[in-house]
Design a protein around this ligand. Structure first.
Ligand code: SF4
Length: 358
């Protein structure tokens, strides 16, 4: 009961800040990119190529020093990504620290470094949900897209997380491109057989974290206009099947507007900087990768930085933003926070909250 009231208060606070021009006193979600390093070599991502040389990643102490600010901002969920977060040996320490203040802690991983021992130590530290990237159901297809021979690692990792005495939910992130557009049903079926709890699809794009992607490579992976119709039809079938199997997935609205990944028309208001804030591996904060700031948690606490005019001015850009960034991390929270959608899909929202929050 207490938890539900707190959840409603958070919702009201974010909603007022976003839609009634109030100040955002709460920040329910934090996306923390803990490193730019990565051990995959994906075609659809350039993070593994473009490291900020010379800059020092946040230390364990600097990361855990966020805790008082997170408490003040009533943060409920921290999603740790990268790069590849498991490359940091202090990941468990960070998870334990955040769990200690009652946060739901998620990681986004390629699972290449995951073995039974690591999965157990992550869960023992307090990990709540793990998202694993996987873009193809066959070994060779996986290798072609992700540049490494890792499909069996993914399959094993799902098994490790699901066979622990206290298993945690596993989600699979799938980037849709010309290289896997014809195997999406097969891939979803495989994920179901592996026993995952969530499957989410994104179209390949050059926004947010992928703004520096090589345009030639991107064009070679970009589905053609007629392919997108075929992909949408396939995913609508996949969604129906997953819903019947009670496997969580994208919202129907997201798939219905899938082509908005490339068309600068906003179908649901963006909530970046109101519902969540992003922290990069070097401590810089931003409401969205598209609107970077020079505000750094090494100099001031996160809650104070969010209240600065520099950050608040970026929120004006967010509200007016027409960047076609139809991505699950940004668009799905906006869709599910949009009152007409929320009113029409209360059960779906409840399911999402159940998976993602403690
Ligand atoms: S719509 Fe929102 S998440 Fe997308 S680029 Fe603009 S500000 Fe960022």
């Amino acid at each position: 009961m207490k938890n539900s009231i707190a959840l409603l208060q958070s919702f009201a606070s974010v909603w007022c800040a976003r839609y009634l021009n109030g100040r955002n006193r709460q920040m329910p979600f934090v996306y923390l990119d803990i490193t730019d390093r990565c051990n995959s070599a994906c075609l659809a991502c350039d993070i593994w190529k473009v490291r900020k040389t010379g800059a020092a990643e946040l230390t364990t102490d600097e990361i855990l020093a966020l805790k008082p600010a997170l408490k003040r901002m009533k943060t409920r969920l921290i999603s740790i990504g990268g790069g590849e977060p498991t490359l940091r040996d202090d990941l468990e320490t960070c998870i334990a620290g955040f769990r200690d203040i009652g946060l739901s802690v998620h990681i986004n991983t390629n699972a290449l470094k995951m073995d039974c021992k690591r999965a157990k130590s992550l869960v023992d530290s307090g990990l709540s949900v793990v998202y694993i990237s996987c873009d193809h159901p066959d070994r060779e297809g996986y290798k072609l897209i992700r540049g490494v021979d890792g499909l069996n690692r993914v399959i094993d990792a799902v098994k490790y997380f699901r066979s622990l005495p206290e298993p945690i939910p596993v989600g699979i992130n799938i980037t849709v491109s010309r290289l896997n557009k014809d195997v999406l049903e097969k891939l979803a079926q495989r994920c179901v057989e592996w026993g995952v709890q969530k499957i989410q699809f994104n179209l390949i794009h050059t926004h947010l974290q992928h703004q520096n992607m090589d345009k030639e490579i991107f064009n070679s992976l970009l589905p053609k206009a007629e392919d997108i119709l075929h992909i949408k039809a396939t995913l609508k079938r996949v969604l129906c099947r997953l819903q019947k199997l009670k496997v969580s997935t994208n919202s129907e609205f997201f798939i219905h507007h899938f082509e908005k990944t490339y068309i600068p028309v906003r179908s649901a208001p963006c909530i970046a900087g109101f519902l969540y804030v992003i922290i990069d591996p070097y401590g810089q904060i931003m409401p969205c990768y598209q609107y970077q700031t020079d505000l750094n948690i090494r100099r001031k606490s996160l809650d104070k930085l969010v209240q600065t005019s520099k950050f608040q001015n970026k929120l004006v850009c967010v509200k007016q933003c027409k960047t076609p960034c139809w991505d699950t991390g940004s668009a799905e929270p906006g869709i599910r926070f949009y009152l007409p959608y929320l009113a029409a899909h209360p059960y779906e929202i409840y399911q999402q909250a159940k998976i993602h929050l403690l």
